[in-house]
Design a protein around this ligand. Structure first.
Ligand code: PLP
Length: 370
């Protein structure tokens, strides 16, 4: 019998597959229950803009053709919206694709790649896959400790990943601190600021408190890459489309590494159309703010502590090992996300849903904790 593990590339041997949120259909199959709610993958409960759905329907007769490998129409739309030239934009099959492309374009097994404890699980995954050295820095109040990250930089450091806001903690870094951190880095270090939840975090209140738009710093920092996605606030997670904005010299390298047709045609047209529906986007952001308040009040009423979040999710401390609570919630038909793999064994991460979904989650949580 072949020992495939023996044959595996060095970095791959120690990998564990990414644990996604449990699909609704899987829970139906396994438990034979219906009327399930899924608040496990930070998806938009409103779904995508109707403009995006229309755009998809209109293109269904184009599926025999390869997509535009340069994604011209979407890049043009993004360029207009963001005020950056198209040469600064790299499209990805979800922003996870972009994260992997970045690692492959810049890092070798001789490089250290820095990320924070409790940060997004895809960072260690893509780093380990190419056998580069993952360097996890300690967290501060569940968020990134920029001083610890600065201290961790060596001659061999090539990349630093920062999620702002971070998933699964919902913590965020203020612009002044983040900017000073980037300014202090040696230029052989490339910083990736992952803004997957940017649209939720940039509301006027958060801007007043200093939540930054890192795109504004691109002219100053040639070693900065900002990534965003259509999976969260734009409600297009199933289509897989995200992007990076960077110096064109970086975009050129990412473009060499990416697969020629990494973003499919329906994703390109849907994302372009979604950018035109500011109203739908605002509706989702407002719903999220109200739902967040609903959950926070529910947790307060139950005496549970939680990590204040500016994303479309919140991590709550259930006061004991959360695995059993997660299972009990599944039996109630409520799918949330255990985060023990993020070294947060007592927390569950729950995505903000529709008002009635949030209410049902709170009710079920109260029941299973009783
Ligand atoms: C969801 C998420 C992403 C985006 O994933 P996609 O591949 O674009 O769906 C990126 N970073 C973080 C921190 C996330 O939570």
């Amino acid at each position: 019998m072949t020992d495939y593990l023996e044959l595996a590339a060095p970095g791959v041997k120690g990998l564990r597959p990414y644990q996604p949120g449990k699909p609704v259909e899987e829970l139906e199959r396994e438990y034979g229950i219906s009327n399930i709610i899924k608040l496990a993958s930070n998806e938009n409960p409103l779904g995508p803009s109707p403009l995006a759905l229309d755009a998809i329907r209109q293109e269904l007769d184009q599926l025999a053709r390869y997509p535009d490998g340069n994604g011209f129409v979407l890049k043009q739309a993004l360029s207009t919206k963001l005020g950056v030239p198209q040469s600064h934009i790299t499209l990805g099959n979800g922003s996870n694709d972009i994260l992997e492309i970045i690692v492959r374009a810049f890092a070798t097994p001789d490089n250290d790649i820095i990320f924070s404890r409790h940060a997004f699980a895809v960072y260690p995954l893509v780093v380990k896959a190419i056998n580069a050295k993952p360097v996890e820095t300690p967290a501060k109040d569940w968020g990134h400790d920029l001083d610890a990250m600065t201290e961790a930089v060596t001659e061999n450091t090539r990349l630093i990943f920062i999620a702002n806001p971070n998933n699964p903690t919902g913590t965020w870094l203020a612009g002044a601190a983040l900017k000073a951190f980037i300014a202090g880095l040696p230029r052989h270090v490339i910083v990736v600021v992952d803004e997957a939840y940017f649209e939720y975090a940039i509301d006027p209140r958060m801007q007043a408190e200093g939540y930054p738009d890192a795109l504004q710093w691109l002219d100053e920092f040639p070693n900065l890459i900002v990534t965003r996605t259509f999976s969260k606030a734009y409600g297009l997670a199933a289509l897989r489309v995200g992007y990076a904005v960077s110096h064109p010299g970086i975009a050129d390298l990412l473009n060499r590494v990416r697969q020629p047709f990494n973003v499919n045609h329906l994703a390109l047209v849907a994302a372009s159309a979604a950018l035109n529906d500011a109203q739908h986007l605002d509706k989702g952001i407002h719903l999220n703010a109200v739902g967040m308040q609903q959950l926070v009040e529910g947790f307060d009423a139950m005496g549970l502590t939680f990590i204040p979040s500016v994303g479309n999710f919140i991590s709550v401390d259930v006061g004991k090992e959360a695995a059993g609570v997660y299972d009990a919630l599944l039996r109630e038909g409520v799918i949330v996300r255990p985060v023990a793999n993020y070294q947060m064994p007592n927390h569950l991460r729950v995505t903000i849903g529709l008002a009635q979904e949030n209410a049902r989650f709170l009710q079920s949580l109260q029941k299973v904790l009783a």
